[in-house]
Design a protein around this ligand. Structure first.
Ligand code: MN
Length: 197
């Protein structure tokens, strides 16, 4: 029997490429989702045949791969997670158990946003800012360089913001702070509440 590698696919987004305007333009989505995200998927599919990751899930690859296979698999996962955190009709603030956990661990939702933005703005070079939950249920904000993913450290990702320049350069040029300010109004806390459960 011929061994056939799993073919990873670009996920279909639950909204149109212009649906996040004006905070994220259709042109940004054409490049960010249509080209960058697609390229990570294509690269991964080229890299895994003949390796032990042929039939592994993305999460399994992220847990133990290194080098280009890790980088492309994590970038596929991170972008899918990021794009599915955004919505044309987001729930603007968390409620219930997640809201209580945010208040407990950061003081208030505003303080959480402030700290998250500071972490994302201060990340040197390319990477991702994450809200994560540890094994004991405590929330934390962490920065990961390049394709970094908190699953590697046994943390549960709840939300992320992409701070690679390709995520904001078309709309905001070099002004990462303006992008970080605008993106809050596209983050859907309904989705993050689901992940928190
Ligand atoms: Mn990106």
């Amino acid at each position: 029997m011929l061994a056939t590698a799993t073919i990873h696919k670009l996920p279909v987004l639950p909204y149109g490429l212009n649906a996040l305007e004006p905070q994220i333009s259709e042109e940004t989505m054409q490049y960010h989702y249509g080209k960058h995200h697609q390229t990570y998927v294509d690269n991964l599919n080229k890299l895994i045949p003949g390796t032990k990751f042929e039939n592994a899930s993305l999460e399994e690859i992220i847990a133990s791969a290194s080098g280009p296979i890790f980088n492309n698999a994590a970038q596929v996962w991170n972008h899918t997670f990021f794009f599915f955190t955004l919505s044309p009709n987001p729930k603007p603030v968390p409620t219930g158990a997640l809201s209580e956990a945010i208040n407990r661990d950061f003081g208030s939702f505003d303080k959480f946003k402030e700290e998250f933005t500071k972490t994302a703005a201060g990340l040197f070079g390319s990477g991702w800012s994450w809200l994560v939950k540890d094994k004991r249920g405590k929330l934390n904000i962490i920065a990961e360089s390049n394709a970094g993913n908190p699953l590697r450290e046994g943390l549960k990702p709840l939300m992320t913001v992409d701070v690679w320049e390709h995520s904001y350069y078309i709309d905001y040029r070099n002004r990462r702070a303006d992008y970080l300010k605008a993106i809050w109004s596209r983050i859907d806390w309904r989705i993050i509440e689901e992940r928190f459960r």
